[in-house]
Design a binder for this molecule. Structure first.
Ligand SMILES: Cc1cc2nc3c(=O)[nH]c(=O)nc-3n(C[C@H](O)[C@H](O)[C@H](O)COP(=O)(O)OP(=O)(O)OC[C@H]3O[C@@H](n4cnc5c(N)ncnc54)[C@H](O)[C@@H]3O)c2cc1C
Length: 303
């Protein structure tokens, strides 16, 4: 396989992230198969390139200086979704989804098949692979509640892992370690009342629309929920709802204090990072709680 054929050079990351920051990636590829991913990892290894796996870019702040290594983006090329009966139990069905599919598509497929449990997934703007990595969740449910089996690549070998709750934690998972690349997810869902499922999807969508700044670039919740607290409430209590340090566009949302947003998409990653640090320091000084980032940083060193 001539893997160089699918590698592009100097690809801008800004349009590939929902925060709308980021300079060029030196090497970039969007593979179509597990074989291509393995070949890309091998290529990076031989060239001593750092690798970053990118899904839908809805939880990463890409650095304005770009990324020197290889971005492997799992997107449309690996987004097939199939639905099948569970042969061992007629009340359940399986949905298998490529890591590059949108999580909302998986959720919507479940709803249209009348399968319950994946309603929470409909409003999360990540890919299936990113959602497995992060154990994405909302409104009391997360990926660990529905995941049955995950395919992933580790050290050049494709593994299929039957998963349990123990493989997942709060916004993290077994797959977030050791450079594992998630290639597909199989969920097992119970057949339910289609009308009720669709009503619940709508209820969650309305809740989200009413409480979150969905029309402004962001990564969703910037910080993890500290045990015993809510990040948004702590930030609000520090008087930072709607706060900005300057007119860069980096702002604590006035709609939801837990979201740092990029107004007009004009702030750079350094503006966003500066604001994040300010919020962390102020909240720590006021409450003694150190907010930890839920967002991940791509390039430019670690936070
Ligand atoms: C408006 C908005 C609302 C949001 N609401 C929620 C919410 O309700 N709940 C929630 O949990 N999150 C929420 N998020 C955050 C985000 O959507 C989730 O974290 C999502 O799971 C990230 O998926 P992604 O494909 O965009 O991952 P990316 O942002 O591309 O990557 C995130 C991390 O996952 C890794 N990764 C991605 N794909 C793979 C893969 N295939 N294999 C291995 N590693 C991989 C990346 O290397 C990176 O470290 C929201 C974001 C926005 C912008």
């Amino acid at each position: 396989m001539d893997i160089e054929k699918i590698i592009r050079r100097n690809v801008e990351l800004r349009p590939l992230t929902t925060m709308r920051t980021g300079g060029p990636a030196a090497y970039f590829a969007e593979p179509s198969s597990e074989e291509e991913i393995t070949a890309l990892l091998d290529y990076a290894d031989k060239k001593d390139l750092e690798v970053f796996i990118l899904g839908n870019g809805s939880n990463v702040i890409a650095d304005d200086s770009g990324f020197d290594g290889l971005i492997i983006k799992l997107g449309n090329n690996m987004s097939e979704i199939t639905v099948e009966e569970d042969p061992s139990d007629p009340d359940y069905m399986f949905i298998t989804s490529g890591a590059g599919a949108l999580l909302s598509k998986l959720g919507n497929t479940a709803a249209s098949e009348g399968l319950e449990g994946a309603e929470f997934a409909c409003g999360i703007p990540g890919s299936v692979g990113g959602a497995v990595f992060m154990n994405a969740g909302a409104y009391g449910a997360d990926i660990s509640d529905i995941a049955y089996e995950v395919r992933y690549i580790e050290d050049g070998i494709v593994h299929t892992r039957k998963v349990s709750k123990d493989d997942f934690g709060y916004r993290t998972s077994f797959f977030a370690y050791n450079n594992r690349v998630v290639t597909s997810l199989r969920v097992r869902l119970r057949k339910g009342d289609k009308e009720k499922i669709n009503e619940y999807v709508k209820e969650l969508r309305d809740k989200r629309n009413n409480s979150q700044p969905l029309t402004v670039p962001s990564c969703g919740s910037t910080f993890k929920r500290p045990e015993g607290y809510f990040a948004g409430k702590l930030i609000q209590d520090s008087g930072l709802k709607g706060f900005s340090l300057d007119d860069s566009g980096a702002e604590v949302s006035s709609k939801h204090a837990g979201f740092v947003v990029n107004n007009g998409g004009r702030a750079g990653s350094s503006d966003i990072r500066r604001l994040i640090r300010y919020v962390q320091d102020k909240v720590f000084a006021d409450s003694g709680v150190r907010l930890e980032c839920e967002v991940r940083f791509l390039g430019g060193g670690k936070e």
